[in-house]
Design a protein around this ligand. Structure first.
Ligand code: GLC
Length: 484
């Protein structure tokens, strides 16, 4: 797979090389393409990197959709939907109704192939993939945007699948926030990193999935879910915009917060103690016009780490206001060395260090400071950065990021992640030929060259037209919900 030494690394052959590697990663099931493996690196033990991860496949799927290769995405959506548990599960160790697995693999027994799903029951630390079902809905909607074929979403199985996902997300629960309460490591960061509670990444994906589901659910038979989505969306949106936002003005307000306020008139709703925040560092770090959404908000908790996926997807999905989106991009531009460094882009910033690292990660040797999830650099994030740049009219920033990354990625054989404060070290345990690194690079280029493709993943203001279209649609005499 490596380039012959004398072959010049032009843009064309870096892309060619990336495409060859992406083709190589395609997973076939009963003769049909159904996904891509996480990494095609024959030099190390596969562990579960030979499986197709739902979150990883989104990057491949979007580039396939752009190139008109819609079959693989359709097959993926259909097959993963079949893996979704449809009945209430009595065994608490089994995946609950509605979940979509973190990953799956093709198993062959006596020449007969079947798919084996992992809902976290095999994963390290048995982490729950909350993001899978959200990404699945977002991808289904991207498929429709690309193909203009709404009929797939209107198939009874798909309506039921969306409904079941919405049911877990919107179920009655203990807490009283519009956000989603989740365990640690339930998303791209799938190890203990102090992101339990209401981490930004999942709140943003939740928001995007609600938006997508709202467009795709037929109202007939789903009135209860549609009403629940309509209730939740504005509350969730306002909650994130208000309580997660940090800029210098907000920091000033928080800095002078009173605490222990009881009752309805409380200003410091979450009872944040300012001494829990690195306010002097933030005072230095926050540019005048910059800002970002905090990593997590909960009782006496404001996690001020910057998490890239959540912030970028908040821009793309229209969860952040126009002003906030511009401020997030300004922050990235002004703190380029910290957030982009020599390999775009940091998964979070800054790293947890010393005692905090030990307590929060549980002394995880893979997540030592400035490594892997603990402020390592993940090239896959480049496509989200490109999409956010397009959305905020800052395409020059995306170009700069790609310029920094492209030759190194190809020379380093497309690593999964990089370590170090500047991202100059190939990740200690990084796979090579990591599929979402490859697809993320191709996708970033494509989004910059053809900004129109942003519509695959972005949302504008809620469109009443789309909603009414879904409400008017009727599938003849077949009611997909008769079985409920
Ligand atoms: C690691 C990452 C996770 C990814 C998986 C497969 O576990 O943390 O986000 O999905 O590898 O690439």
């Amino acid at each position: 797979m490596a380039m012959p030494i004398n072959e010049l690394l032009t843009d064309e052959n870096i892309e060619e090389q990336a495409w060859r590697a992406l083709e190589q990663s395609i997973l076939y099931y009963q003769g049909r393409p159904i996904g891509t493996v996480a990494a095609y690196d024959v030099s190390v033990e596969a562990l579960n990197y030979d499986q197709c991860f739902v979150r990883d496949f989104v990057s491949s799927a979007l580039i396939f959709l752009i190139k008109g290769r819609t079959d693989i995405v359709r097959n993926f959506l259909e097959e993963t939907l079949k893996l979704q548990p449809k009945e209430r599960e009595l065994d608490a160790y089994k995946p609950g109704r509605g979940l979509i697995p973190a990953s799956f693999k093709v198993v062959s027994v006596n020449g007969q192939e079947h798919l084996e799903a992992d809902f976290g029951e095999h994963a390290i630390a048995r982490v729950t993939p909350v993001d899978s079902c959200l990404w699945w809905i977002i991808l289904l909607r991207a498929y429709i945007v690309a193909t203009k074929d709404y009929s797939i979403a209107y198939e009874p199985e798909f309506q039921n699948g969306i409904r079941l996902i919405m049911e877990i997300c919107l179920a009655n629960r203990f807490d009283m926030y519009p956000t989603l309460l989740v365990p640690d490591g339930a998303c791209m960061i799938d190890r203990r990193m102090g992101i339990y509670g209401h981490p930004l990444e999942l709140q943003v994906l939740f928001y995007a999935a609600l938006r997508a589901a709202r467009e795709m659910l037929i109202c007939k038979g789903n009135q209860d879910i549609v009403a629940a989505i309509d209730n939740r969306l504005p509350l969730l949106c306002a909650h994130i915009r208000q309580h997660y936002w940090i800029d210098i003005n907000r920091l000033n307000t928080i800095y002078r917060f009173k605490s222990e306020e009881y009752g309805k008139a409380a200003v410091n709703l979450f009872n944040i103690y300012v001494d829990s925040l690195p306010y002097y560092e933030l005072d230095k770090w926050l540019p005048i016009k910059g800002g970002y959404l905090a990593g997590n908000v909960g009782p006496s908790q404001l996690d001020t780490r910057f998490f890239a996926l959540g912030n970028l997807m908040a821009i793309i999905s229209d969860l952040a206001t126009e002003e906030q989106s511009q401020a997030i991009m300004t922050l990235i531009e002004e703190q380029w060395d910290d957030l982009m460094g020599d390999m775009p882009m940091k998964i979070c910033f800054p790293a947890l260090e010393n005692e905090e690292y030990r307590i929060v990660t549980g002394c995880d040797p893979k997540n030592i400071p400035w490594s892997y999830h603990n402020a390592g650099s993940w090239p896959v994030l480049m496509w989200m950065f490109a999409a956010a740049s397009v959305k905020t009219n800052k395409i020059g920033l995306a170009r700069k990021a790609i310029e920094i990354a492209k030759v190194r990625l190809s020379e380093d054989e497309w690593p999964e992640y990089y370590d170090g404060k500047k991202g100059r070290l190939i990740g200690k345990q990084a796979r090579k030929y990591q599929t979402w690194t490859i697809a993320g690079f191709l996708l970033a280029k494509e989004l910059m060259d053809n900004p129109i493709y942003l519509s695959l993943v972005s949302f504008d203001e809620l469109s009443p037209e789309v909603i009414s279209r879904a409400c008017e649609f009727e599938i003849g005499s077949v009611d997909p919900f008769l079985s409920h």
